[in-house]
Design a protein around this ligand. Structure first.
Ligand code: ZN
Length: 300
């Protein structure tokens, strides 16, 4: 019998290897991150699960970025009732939003939240990595199921040529996020076939990730899942829901609109303009006086 953990440890990502480095992996614990997303966007359970899975998947991509100020943006537009989904990640944080956080869909026959039906599968997932080079890296794949883990696995194999096992899970009870997490396993070139067979054999265990996390922290699950495969933790990095927006960035965005649009705003809006951040709902007010000052900067 497992006992429920006394307290939820802070969100973090374990960077691991298996089989003396033949497989690299990421094990993500992310309930706090998904809770924050859910409380900002007031999501229904199925929207919480969909956004939460995308946040965990985005964290996999962003934690692998080497440059400190690099970022990755993942968008999914599957034609389902949740609309477009977007998540942005940098080294130790993620943020995200969906078009329709109020989407409600009956659960699947097996009792699980109908994430695939909410997201849809007629569309694409795109990954844009801003590595601070001249042009960003862009990868795009057709959606497989809209269940998101499968879509990430498809992305890794077709766009990054890295065959991958991906599991993403969010456990929601009522409006409460109980657990959230992700598993990514990537056999490296030369990985023995027996090890790959073992991982495939054990993959149904990772599929129940969100339920398992309710009883046991990730470190314990790792020991159980990978018994005999020599799991080694290389490092543990923190993860949180954090938005980097600021008044300064909003000013830059306004200036980027150009002088015509700024002039129109200055004339139209008697009380200036209020901008709302997509990701954290922070609002920044710019008075007419502020707008004129920005207009002057735009004309320079
Ligand atoms: Zn923000």
């Amino acid at each position: 019998m497992h006992t429920k953990a006394e307290h939820t440890p802070c969100d973090h990502i374990l960077h691991i290897t298996l089989g003396e480095g033949a497989v690299r992996g990421l094990l993500i614990t992310g309930a706090e991150t998904v809770r924050e997303a859910s409380s900002i966007h007031l999501t229904t359970p199925v929207a919480t699960a969909a956004l939460g899975r995308l946040l965990m998947g985005t964290a996999m991509l962003s934690t692998m970025l080497k440059e400190d100020d690099a970022s990755v943006t993942v968008t999914i537009d599957g034609g389902g009732p949740i609309g477009k989904m977007i998540c942005v990640g940098d080294k130790e944080s993620v943020r995200g939003a969906v078009d329709v956080p109020t989407v409600a869909i009956p659960a699947r026959a097996d009792g699980k939240l109908a994430v695939g039906a909410a997201v849809g599968r007629n569309g694409r997932m795109s990954v844009v990595k801003d590595l601070r080079l001249k042009t960003p890296y862009v990868g795009q794949v057709e959606l497989q199921s809209g269940e998101i883990a499968e879509d990430f696995a498809h992305y890794f194999v077709t766009s990054e040529q890295s065959p991958s096992l991906v599991s993403l899970g969010v456990l929601v009870a009522g409006d409460t996020v109980l657990t959230a997490g992700g598993v990514l396993l990537q056999p490296l070139p030369g990985c023995p076939d027996e090890l790959i067979d073992q991982l495939e054999l054990r993959s149904p265990l990772f599929g129940e990730l969100s339920r398992e996390l309710a009883h046991e922290p990730m470190e314990g699950l790792m020991e159980a899942w990978f018994r005999g495969l020599n799991p080694v933790i290389l490092e543990s990095t923190p993860l949180s829901y954090r938005c980097g927006c600021s008044r300064d960035r909003m000013e830059k965005a306004l200036i980027a609109l150009g002088k015509e649009e700024l002039t129109r705003m200055t004339l139209d809006e008697m009380d200036g303009a209020t901008l709302h951040c997509h990701f954290c709902k922070a609002s920044h007010h710019f008075s007419t006086h502020d707008l004129i000052r920005l207009l002057n900067r735009a004309m320079r």
